[in-house]
Design a protein around this ligand. Structure first.
Ligand code: AGP
Length: 610
């Protein structure tokens, strides 16, 4: 949550900061602000709302010639979006941007009020800035003051700081919130994420926790708490700036759905060797998987929904019990963990605070952890005992699409590898499924994408609904949970997902005339039962959209008002196609309603706060 950018060097900083904030807007976008140094003086400009409002307030020529500054795009945690709550927060001696949550901000505020500090905002950040100001006045040394501040803080932070006494030097430090620093030909940068630095350099340092970076404009220096110089490992970005751009699509979400075939190829291909799943590149010895007695899949939101699909697959193919847990619950409810358990963390960003905390909880109990992560080198990836990377490439739209599809494919591979190690399938069966994943799934998604216009037409029939239900059985019910989340997060239509047999135990009372019910029917063994569910809702006036194949529709005489027909394919890979159709449906509903598809209200791409 929240995006931080900073530049100090030889160029005008404001265009660089604005461009960086635009790239980081996916992390939060309810307000934004910049502090820039000009002629040795710090100036702050802040604005509630989108970045364009801030840009309008930063009128030249006043910003011309300013060569160092820090910027912030906010996802509100403490205090409503407003000018006064926007970052940077400034004091007599400094200006500061923050990503994270300071848990003991109230105590800090009380303490400083007694020292005469007056607060203008409702934020935790302003209290942290004031405490730094207090220490700086006492020790007169930015480094010492920052480390004293950090010792006093509870919670998470990534800070970018400018002191009025050294307006061309940026100080940066972090705990539990991401921050990278980079050196370019003409200046130094800090950023919450890689895409914002890509126009200038592919080389960067992922700042270690507790290490202070001091950016002079020409050099970056790193210090530990003792004030000693330390080194950080330079990393190089393997993808390019084009991959993070819209590439002709109206929205990142649509572009990213269209990237699914390629993302699936990249995720599956390197892991199939001689017809079998092979993790030896990443897990030199994965035989420990064979002795695991129980899996706990822990994640949030869409990643957790991928976990539900994984549960179906792993239990079906490897006959291994799987619990799927919401990370924010797992960390606090003292789950029963035993020595032969494996905790699998799934995360696109690898920075989700709850998932990271769940990982740390499992490790503190001595339980082995395996991360399935998209962002290379992210916190979850680095801290887990083992990691399997999904290869979706950068995902910018807040609504996760291709990341979910590749998470499901990786869980499919995991299920097959476990099945091999546990002897629950024959080699022939495993090879057949591996081949389907490798050769048929990407092509199936390509055929599915050709139906985008049909999906758009169907979307137009449900876009004005107030409530929409998704029903399905078996793995379809797991797909429904994700389909429903996708719809509600970007279209603001209230939606719920139900295992279709469960609807009649209460929720069917909400199904009245013309309420849309989207029925997923891709599993032949329960198709008859799904048909019963459809009949029940139709009898109450529902407008039913069925997602199935032509063959299943005919064979089971599915009654429906509207159809989303999936391409013919082996039933075991149909969930991939159904997923893409559901993502397109949510996309088109949102786009037809004229909403901000990529940046839905109240959300952020990377949830780095609890
Ligand atoms: C889904 O579209 C969301 N953006 C959200 O549920 C997301 O999947 C969740 O916050 C987890 O994020 P992660 O995969 O980066 O950990």
């Amino acid at each position: 949550m929240c995006g931080i950018i900073g530049y100090t060097g030889m160029r005008d900083c404001v265009p660089i900061l604005l461009e960086g904030l635009k790239t980081l807007e996916y992390r939060g976008y309810d307000s934004a602000g910049i502090t820039y140094a000009k002629d040795g003086v710090l100036h702050s400009v802040k604005a509630k709302g989108r970045l364009s409002i801030l840009a309008e307030r930063l009128t030249e020529p006043s910003v011309e010639g300013a060569t160092s500054g820090i910027g912030h795009t906010r996802w509100a945690t403490h205090g409503a979006p407003s000018d006064k709550n926007s970052h940077p927060h400034s004091t007599e001696t400094l200006s500061l941007v923050h990503n994270g949550i300071i848990e003991n901000y109230a105590q800090i505020g009380d303490r400083l009020s007694r020292e005469g500090y007056v607060f203008l905002s409702d934020t935790d950040t302003e209290r942290a800035a004031a405490l730094l100001d207090f220490y700086y006045k006492e020790v007169k040394d930015p480094k010492k003051a920052i480390f004293r501040l950090c010792r006093d803080l509870r919670g998470s932070y990534a800070f970018g700081i400018l002191f009025r006494s050294e307006p061309n030097t940026i100080y940066a430090i972090r705990r539990d919130s991401p921050l990278i620093v980079a050196n370019t030909e003409d200046g130094c940068l800090i950023s919450s994420d890689i895409p914002a630095i890509l126009p200038y350099t592919r080389h960067y340092y992922r700042l270690s926790e507790g290490v202070l970076a001091v950016l002079s404009g020409k050099e970056i220096y790193f210090f530990n708490e003792e004030g000693e110089s330390v080194s950080q490992t330079e990393e190089v970005v393997s993808w390019n700036v084009e991959e993070a751009k819209k590439g002709g699509y109206h929205h990142f979400m649509l572009k990213e759905i269209h990237e699914e075939p390629e993302a699936l190829r990249k995720t599956v291909e390197p892991r199939i060797r001689d017809g079998f799943v092979d993790f030896s590149h990443e897990l030199p010895d994965d035989t420990f998987l064979g002795s695991v007695k129980r899996l706990h899949i822990v994640a949030c939101g869409t990643a957790m929904h991928a976990g539900l699909v994984g549960k179906s697959l792993i239990e079906r193919y490897a006959r291994l019990p799987v619990n799927v847990e919401i990370a924010s619950e797992f960390r606090y409810r003292d789950p029963i963990l035993e020595k032969d358990d494996l905790v699998v963390l799934i995360s696109q960003s690898g920075e989700t605070a709850d998932t990271l905390a769940a990982l740390r909880h499992a490790k503190s109990k001595g339980i082995r952890t395996l991360a399935i992560v998209n962002v290379i080198g992210s916190s979850v990836a680095r801290e887990a005992d083992d990691v399997l990377y999904t290869r979706a490439g950068p995902e910018i739209a807040v609504a996760s699409t291709k990341a979910y599809s590749v998470q499901c494919s990786l869980l499919y591979l995991l299920a097959l590898r476990l099945a091999k190690l546990r002897n629950t399938m024959t080699d022939g069966q495993i090879a057949e499924l591996s081949d389907l994943l490798l050769h048929n799934v990407p092509e199936l998604i390509e055929r599915t994408l050709e139906q985008s216009e049909i999906v758009r037409r169907v979307a137009s029939t449900i876009k004005d609904a107030e409530h929409i239900f998704y029903i399905g059985r078996d793995i379809d019910s797991s797909l429904c949970t994700e389909a429903s989340l996708k719809l509600k997060e970007i279209s603001y239509i209230h939606s719920e997902a139900y295992a279709s047999g469960e609807l009649k135990h209460g929720t069917i009372s909400l199904v009245t005339d013309d309420v849309p019910v989207v029925a997923l029917a891709t599993v032949s063994k329960v198709c008859e039962k799904t048909v019963s569910g459809i009949r029940e809702v139709k009898a109450r006036g529902a407008y039913v959209v069925t997602v199935t194949t032509e063959a299943l529709a005919k064979q089971y005489e599915i009654p429906s008002d509207e159809w989303l027909i999936l391409p013919n394919a082996d039933e075991r890979i149909l969930p991939f196609s159904a997923t893409t159709v559901m993502q397109l449906l949510a996309y088109h509903v949102s786009a037809l309603k004229g909403l901000d598809v990529d940046k839905p209200r109240n959300l952020a791409k990377s949830v780095t706060v609890e």
